[in-house]
Design a protein around this ligand. Structure first.
Ligand SMILES: C[C@@](CO)(OP(=O)(O)O)[C@H](O)COP(=O)(O)OP(=O)(O)OC[C@H]1O[C@@H](n2ccc(N)nc2=O)[C@H](O)[C@@H]1O
Ligand SMILES: Nc1ncnc2c1ncn2[C@@H]1O[C@H](COP(=O)(O)OP(=O)(O)O)[C@@H](O)[C@H]1O
Length: 295
């Protein structure tokens, strides 16, 4: 095998929940959702190098996250039974840009990017559907990153219908707090009875985020940032937070508000995407290395 097919560099994007309705709770404690996922072009980068030592290494270490708990490591382990050659291993370099615990799905995205890359480098030849089915065992958000299209999602977030959305610019703000998804979903004041919508209505009418009130209650800084952003338009919370976002028609207006954002909060201007940047790059890679991929 030549060098071009033993290495791969992929972007690992964030997502936004343009709305997040909780319509019920399952017996296992997981919540039934209706949510609209769109990717944004704010990404981590993962560099993969194939080895033949049967090891999975990830560098640099993420502070306070043992490698065994890193979703990248767990994703690689999930694919191990499907490797074409048991000696295959992988060295992964993670360049982190996405804040953790922000409701933008960085960990889930990293796991999905790993499944997609190793499926090719380890010649597992699994379908996207099979990879999504494996991924959901690690997190409810992983299937949408595996499938790679903007989607209306139901179930726990894994039943996906592809949608074509406007692609505005977003101002994204990260208040200085880390929200625990588990804590929000177990709060007794969380409302879990939003009536289910048909997809056509959901796309026409939009929606709200049922987690907002509970997240603001636990995290005063989210409340403060929300009130600030609301002065500039229809501010929204993504997932279980802590990140907030606001849509703009053009980059200049978004950047103008970003420059006025209190400096104690991290802020970015990014663009909504209907196709995951991971898939855009992976498809190019596969095209360039097609003959080797098929072996
Ligand atoms: C809320 C959402 C919306 O996109 O995003 P985030 O804010 O985490 O990014 C997701 O559903 C989160 O997905 P993910 O972060 O993968 O969640 P998981 O690891 O599967 O679950 C974390 C915890 O959240 C709760 N959970 C998660 C999803 C769901 N539909 N119902 C739940 O009750 C469970 O208690 C679980 O223990
Ligand atoms: N590769 C990873 N990147 C980020 N977080 C990870 C990763 N692997 C495991 N985690 C854990 O998952 C948690 C949630 O991460 P993340 O997906 O970025 O946030 P959120 O679910 O709020 O969008 C982190 O706080 C961290 O403990």
């Amino acid at each position: 095998m030549d060098d071009s097919v033993t290495t791969m560099q992929l972007p690992s994007p964030a997502k936004l929940n343009l709305f997040l309705h909780i319509i019920g709770r399952r017996e296992d404690g997981y919540h039934e959702l209706q949510t609209l996922f769109q990717f944004i072009d704010l990404c981590d980068t993962l560099d993969f190098s194939l080895t033949h030592n049967n090891q999975v290494t990830i560098s640099p270490l993420i502070e306070q996250l043992p490698t065994e708990d890193n979703l990248i490591y767990k994703a690689a382990k999930l694919l191990t039974p499907f490797k074409q050659d048991a000696r295959f291993g992988i060295d992964i370099i993670l360049t982190k840009q996405l804040p953790m615990g922000g409701g933008i799905g960085g960990g889930s995205s990293n796991a999905a990017t790993t499944l997609l890359a190793l499926n090719v480098l380890w010649k597992c030849h699994l379908s996207l559907e099979k990879l999504a089915e494996l991924g959901v065992q690690l997190g409810a958000d992983i299937p949408v990153f595996v499938m790679g299209f903007a989607a209306f999602a139901e179930g726990v977030g894994e039943k996906l219908q592809k949608v074509e959305l406007d692609t505005p610019y977003f101002l994204l703000i990260k208040p200085n707090c880390h929200v625990s998804t588990g804590q929000i979903f177990t709060d007794k004041y969380l409302t879990r009875d939003t009536p289910p919508l048909r997809i056509s209505h959901a796309l026409k009418l939009g929606g709200h985020n049922d987690c907002l009130e509970v997240v603001k209650k636990h995290n005063p800084e989210v409340n403060e940032a929300y009130l600030w952003l609301k002065n500039h338009g229809d501010a929204k919370l993504t997932g279980t937070g802590a990140c907030l976002f606001l849509a703009f028609d053009n980059w200049h207006d978004a950047e103008r508000v970003r420059l006025a954002t209190p400096q104690k909060w991290q802020s970015w201007v990014c663009r909504g995407c209907n196709v995951s940047p991971t898939h855009a790059v992976l498809n190019q890679w596969i095209e360039q290395n097609w003959s080797e991929c098929r072996q």
